[in-house]
Write a protein that binds this ligand. Structure first.
Ligand code: GEK
Length: 260
C-alpha cells in the first residue's frame, strides 16, 4: 500500500490521491468478480474508486461539511453512518465550531474502520471523533443534531430501511437534519436508462474500461439496491421527518436533506 501523508495536517477529500492506490480491482479479464465486499482490497483503492464512480461525490462530501457548520449543536452528537474512510467525518470536522459536539463514525467493515482511525489521526482538527466498528442497524443513535447517510442506506436490506430511518428521526433533536445520499432509479424507463448510460459515460471519462464497468456492475448487483427519490421521500415522511427534498443530483446519484 502507498500512503504519502505522514504528518498531522487538515485532511480533506481533495487529498484523495495521497490516500489511495488506483482502482484496478475489475481490470483483470480472467478474474470473475464475486459479490462486492468492503474488504482490505477495496479499502486500499477506496478514495480513488468512489471519486471516479460516484458523480458529485466530492460536492456532496464538501457540502456535508457546510451543513454540519450550520446544524451541529453544542452538547450533541453528529453521526456519519457508513463512514468508510471518514471523508464526511473529516469534512464536518473542519466546519463544526460549537463546543462539546462529538462526531460518531460507524462502519461494519473492519478494514474500513482500521484505516479510518489512521486517517483521523493524521488530521489536525480538534472536534472529537469516536469511531465504532459495527452495524448501523444495531448501534445506538442518540442526542443527534445531524445524521449523515452518504451512500450507505443503499447497502441496507430493503426491509430494514424504514426502521433505521425511524430510529434516526427519534434520535434527532427538534430542528435536526438528516443528509441522505444515494444511487437512485427513475420511474420512467427511458430516463432511467439514460441516467445509467450517463453514469457509465462518467466512469469511462474517468478512465474505467468497459470491462471494468461491467465487472463492477455484476459484482454490486443485489448488494447495492437503489430506490427512487419518491420512495425515499415517502419513507422519510413515514419515519417521522416533517419535510424533505433533493438539494443535489448528478445523473442517478441524489442527495436529500430531511428535517425533523
Ligand atoms: C463516504 N459515507 O465516503 N452498518 C455499517 N456500515 C455499513 C452497513 C451497515 N449495515 N452497510 C454498509 N456499510 C462514505 C461512503 S460507502 C459507499 C460510504 C460506497 C458501510 C460499508 O462498509 C461501506 O464502508 C459504506 O457503508 C458504504 O462518504 O462504497 O458506494
Amino acid at each position: 500500500m502507498r500512503w504519502q501523508v505522514t504528518k498531522k495536517d487538515t485532511v480533506t477529500v481533495s487529498d484523495h490521491p495521497k490516500h489511495s492506490n488506483p482502482d484496478t480491482l475489475f481490470s483483470d479479464p480472467l478474474r470473475a468478480p464475486g459479490p462486492f465486499r468492503f474488504d482490505s482490497d477495496v479499502v486500499s483503492v477506496f478514495p480513488d474508486m468512489i471519486r471516479r464512480s460516484v458523480p458529485g461525490y466530492e460536492t456532496v462530501i464538501a457540502m456535508s461539511g457546510l451543513l454540519a457548520g450550520r446544524f451541529a449543536r453544542p452538547h450533541s452528537h453528529v453521526y456519519d453512518l457508513g463512514c468508510s474512510l471518514g471523508a464526511t467525518t473529516l469534512s464536518m470536522r473542519r466546519h463544526i465550531e460549537v463546543p462539546d459536539c462529538v462526531i460518531v463514525g460507524i462502519d461494519n467493515a473492519a478494514a474500513m474502520i482500521e484505516r479510518c482511525h489512521e486517517l483521523i489521526a493524521l488530521d489536525a482538527g480538534s472536534v472529537p471523533v469516536e469511531l465504532r466498528e459495527g452495524d448501523i442497524l444495531d448501534s445506538e443513535i442518540a442526542n443527534a443534531s445531524m445524521v449523515v447517510l452518504n451512500y450507505t442506506l443503499q447497502f441496507v436490506t430493503l426491509e430494514r430501511r424504514r426502521e433505521l430511518l425511524a430510529r434516526i428521526a427519534d434520535a434527532l433533536m427538534p430542528g435536526g437534519i438528516l443528509v441522505l445520499s444515494e444511487k437512485v432509479v427513475f420511474p420512467d424507463a427511458s430516463l432511467n436508462q439514460l441516467n445509467i448510460d450517463l453514469h457509465h459515460d462518467f466512469k469511462r471519462a474517468h478512465g474505467y474500461s468497459d470491462l471494468e464497468i461491467a465487472g463492477k456492475r455484476d459484482s454490486i448487483e443485489n448488494v447495492l439496491v437503489p430506490e427512487s427519490i419518491e420512495q425515499h421521500r415517502q419513507r422519510l415522511a413515514e419515519a417521522g421527518f416533517s419535510s424533505s427534498d433533493v438539494w443535489f443530483q448528478c445523473f442517478n446519484f441524489a442527495s436529500i436533506i430531511a428535517l425533523k
